[in-house]
Design a protein around this ligand. Structure first.
Ligand code: AMP
Length: 434
């Protein structure tokens, strides 16, 4: 199938072609014609499936073809609710990219940054708002935004929004929208809570499903290097240097571990930064941006920090330590081999982690190829030690944003689980390694 067969207009197709895409991904092929028809959608699709373009492209077209714009000049017409700042920025980027040849204005609204510039943008008038629920409600309270003109609503990564305790905020936002609108719900999983949300929201929805959960992209080549605990760092340096890997996302289990590894890589003259829950918004954005632009070659991240990171054709993911939850392995390696690109996922596994590896293979329903690099053979005399769990802070597995925890607290529930929050970044620069 070709993009030209989906009913998209010339202006939108031009932007798609400029991105170098000619074949829609399965979610795009299914969703785009349905959204253009005005149908409500309940879509099971994870990050990496091309879902963002799946809703962005038809929404841009629907808004751009409406000629009665002058009446609606200051009220936004489409709202995309997302769980994290990272996703807000990414979706806004897609709107810019695919909306290059149509005249529509967009704002990304998220917490953790000053509210003033966002207020200015909203007051100047925007057509599409991409927002995290908490900050959006702050703007509603301050009367910076009027949601009564919303024609299309997208709930993106709905399961993560619920995981993060946003349900009350979402319900509040929904109550401010017109009854008559088109609604699209995207979620990787469909719990009873999501179904309940969908039932109240969607009118005669079409269900669209593409990727099964726990099914890693076919295009990802996976392998395990057996190595001793204390020699992992040296092995990683060797793998990066010998293979000339230039863009590697490395996962560690703890924030402290991420910092320590990034520092040690820099000492080995490999440029690296750490991305985790204790860094400021500015540091996080800079670290991600530098990594995307190849100004740094290695990003060392914790699971929570890396959720939702979208990097075009990321070639290498390394599990410096295996995750304690097997499903996180699937999420981790899903960062590579996206949308048809090939990728490599390498895990460094010491004797402590053999059980974790077996659990992961059980979830994958297959064995992962094992390798030993000459010079790094495991010492059979070394005994397994218990694995240290990441330290839990304030009831969450990692630092959740203030806004994420607030609604749950207000509702008398435990604070939002940090599980789904993408977070933080920090810089440790060494010389550039290419
Ligand atoms: P998403 O699932 O929306 O996070 O998208 C995953 C990645 O796939 C993004 O980096 C997109 O730029 C890329 N992508 C989206 N649509 C296509 C397509 N039709 N062909 C190739 N890559 C795509």
């Amino acid at each position: 199938m070709h993009f030209t067969e989906l009913g998209l207009s010339a202006d939108i197709l031009r932007a798609v072609t400029e991105q170098g895409y000619d074949t829609p991904t399965p979610i795009q092929a299914q969703a785009i014609p349905l959204v253009l028809e005005g149908r409500d959608l309940m879509a099971a699709a994870q990050t990496g499936t091309g879902k963002t373009a799946g809703f962005t492209l038809p929404i841009l077209q629907l808004l751009a073809q409406d000629t009665n714009l002058s009446l609606k000049r200051f009220k936004p017409r489409a709202l995309v609710l997302v769980p994290t700042r990272e996703l807000a920025i990414q979706v806004q980027q897609s709107v810019f990219t695919y909306g290059k040849h149509v005249k529509l204005r967009t704002a990304a609204i998220y917490g953790g940054v000053a509210i003033g510039p966002q207020t200015k943008l909203l007051k100047a008038g925007v057509d599409i708002v991409v927002a995290t629920p908490g900050r959006l409600l702050d703007h509603v309270t301050q009367r910076n935004i009027d949601l009564s003109g919303i024609e299309i609503l997208v709930l993106d990564e709905a399961d993560r929004m619920l995981d993060m305790g946003f349900i009350n905020d979402i319900r509040k936002v929904l109550s401010l929208l017109p009854k008559k609108k088109q609604s699209l719900l995207f979620s990787a999983t469909f719990s009873d809570e999501i179904r309940a949300l969908a039932t109240g929201l969607l009118r005669d929805p079409v269900s669209v499903e593409v990727a099964r959960r726990n099914a890693p992209a076919e295009a990802v080549a996976q392998c395990v290097y057996r190595v001793d605990r204390e020699r992992k760092r040296d092995l990683l340096v060797r793998l990066i240097t010998d293979n000339n890997w230039h863009q590697v996302l490395v996962f560690t289990r703890t924030k402290h571990g991420a910092d320590a590894l990034a520092e040690r890589l820099c000492k080995a003259r490999i440029s690296a930064a750490a991305l985790h829950g204790n860094k400021s918004q500015g540091q996080r954005i800079r670290a991600l941006d530098d990594f995307k632009k190849l100004k740094i070659n290695v990003l060392v991240a914790t699971d929570i920090a890396a959720r939702g990171i979208d990097i075009d054709e990321l070639p290498h993911v390394v599990n410096y330590e295996l995750p304690s939850v097997p499903e996180d392995y699937v999420h981790r390696i899903g960062r590579t081999g996206r949308a048809g690109a090939s990728g490599e996922a390498t895990s460094l596994v010491c004797i402590d982690e053999h059980k974790l590896l077996r659990d992961i293979e059980r979830v994958l329903k297959r064995e992962i190829e094992k390798r030993v690099l000459p010079g790094f053979e495991p010492d059979p005399k070394i005994k397994a030690e218990p694995i240290q769990k990441p330290r839990v802070s304030s009831g969450a597995r990692n630092v959740a944003p203030a806004r994420a925890a607030a609604p749950a607290r207000a509702a008398g529930k435990p604070p939002a689980r940090g599980k789904a929050h993408a977070s933080a970044g920090g810089h440790h620069f060494g010389s550039r390694h290419r």
